[in-house]
Design a protein around this ligand. Structure first.
Ligand SMILES: *Cc1c(COP(=O)(O)O)cnc(C)c1O
Length: 387
């Protein structure tokens, strides 16, 4: 399907709402029926029509059609956070006694689910280095139900060979789930590579303006119905109509935003690579990246997030650098209009800082929509203060 068609037309029927260009926010909790027979039908299958906005809602449906088409999936569900999408995708497919294989260091709240919640139900997780397919083969047990992937990882951008993992999992009858937040479906389509379910935090690039928290999960119609009928309706963690409307608005400009950010990211990477106070720049589309060939093979783009290892002997230099940035904000998340920085040492007690440990000297940047020279000047003055 044509990208322009998906973002500008798909799912939108203007005859239903006075030919308004922007679709209405269908701000209603419930929908009225004229016939008992119709009510009976929707009670049997709530995934079939509008009954109550904890389930289906027309504004959310416009968004669902667009997001599923972008993922080349049969269907998708939109949640009130990316963490919700992660939880629903995993929880819906495990039972007591099952085993999960996950890549090492997945997104924080995926890891907390594996470590703190699922063990209470007798579900265990093995973490592996996902850069080598043999590690997956070795970790699979007779009771392995899910392989959980995140490619690229959002700190060090480590990848998995999605096609190879999908082929292995299919042969073993294991469900594959991939967190695709970094790439979005514009730069990587895991379902086309054989992955069963793909998810992303829509808070990031899809929303794009740092004003909404949401998550998307895509897969087969059958799988989405199973999760809708159980986890989504029970936890009530679907997106609200207003937030769905914000995401529809975000989607209109997604390709231009990514194009702009991609161009700026290249300039920022070049600047940082040549800076004496930077030991290393980690970015999947830089030729120095250890999995550069795989990145080029399975991703059609990369932008925004990158990490440096700062050339610092003391933690104070990293602290001074981050606190001296005037325009680049210190904050979690990414994908919005504003550039961001977040130092790893914020998660380390000062007395445990080890300058010999490369990870302790990492600072992750997100490149937003500002002018590249404006950002580089900000880096320059902050580096000067932290010498
Ligand atoms: C932010 C993020 C999530 C979680 O999404 P929320 O919308 O914050 O719940 C999941 N995965 C990755 C890689 C993320 O960056």
């Amino acid at each position: 399907m044509d990208l322009s068609y998906i973002l500008n037309e798909l799912g939108e029927d203007r005859e239903q709402y006075f030919r308004a260009i922007s679709p209405p926010i269908m701000q209603t909790s419930n929908f009225a029926f004229k016939k008992v027979d119709e009510l009976r039908k929707v009670f049997e299958d709530e995934f079939s029509t509008y009954l109550y906005s904890r389930g289906l809602n027309p504004t959310v449906d416009i968004l669902r059609q667009k997001l599923a088409a972008l993922d080349e999936a049969e269907d998708c569900l939109v949640f009130n956070s990316g963490a919700s999408a992660i939880f629903a995708s995993v929880f819906s497919n495990v039972q007591s006694g099952d085993h999960i294989v996950s890549v090492r260091n997945p997104y924080t709240w995926a890891q907390k689910m594996f470590d703190n919640i699922l063990p209470r139900f007798g579900i265990s997780t093995t973490y592996i280095d996902g850069t080598n397919i043999e590690n997956f083969e070795r970790a699979i047990l007779p009771n392995t139900r899910i392989i959980y992937l995140e490619s690229p990882n959002s700190w060090d951008f480590v990848l998995q060979d999605l096609q190879a993992v999908a082929d292995l999992a299919r042969a073993e009858n294991i469900i594959t789930i991939c967190d695709n937040s970094y790439c979005t479906p514009l730069y990587q389509r895991p379902i086309a590579m054989g992955i069963d379910m793909v998810l992303q935090s829509a808070t990031k690039f899809i929303g794009g303006h740092s004003d909404v928290v949401a998550g998307v999960l895509s897969g087969t119609r059958q799988m989405m119905k199973k999760i809708f009928d159980n986890e989504l309706l029970n936890m009530g963690n679907g997106i609200t109509p207003f937030n769905a409307w914000l995401l529809i608005r975000g989607l209109r400009t997604l390709p231009v935003r990514l194009e702009r950010i991609s161009a700026t990211t290249i300039k920022v990477v070049e600047y940082l690579k040549n800076h004496p106070q930077v030991e290393e720049v980690i970015f999947p589309f830089d030729p120095s990246f250890p999995q550069y060939d795989l990145a080029r093979k399975q991703m059609t783009g990369a932008c925004g997030l990158l990490t440096i290892v700062m050339n610092a002997e003391k933690m104070q230099q990293i602290v001074t650098f981050c606190e001296s940035l005037r325009h680049i904000l210190m904050a979690v998340s990414w994908g919005g209009h504003e550039s961001l920085a977040i130092p790893r040492c914020a998660s380390i007690l000062p007395e445990n800082f080890d300058a010999g440990n490369r990870a302790h000297k990492m600072i992750r940047f997100y490149v937003g929509l500002e002018d590249p020279d404006y950002l580089i000047a900000d880096f320059e003055q902050a580096f000067a203060k932290s010498r």
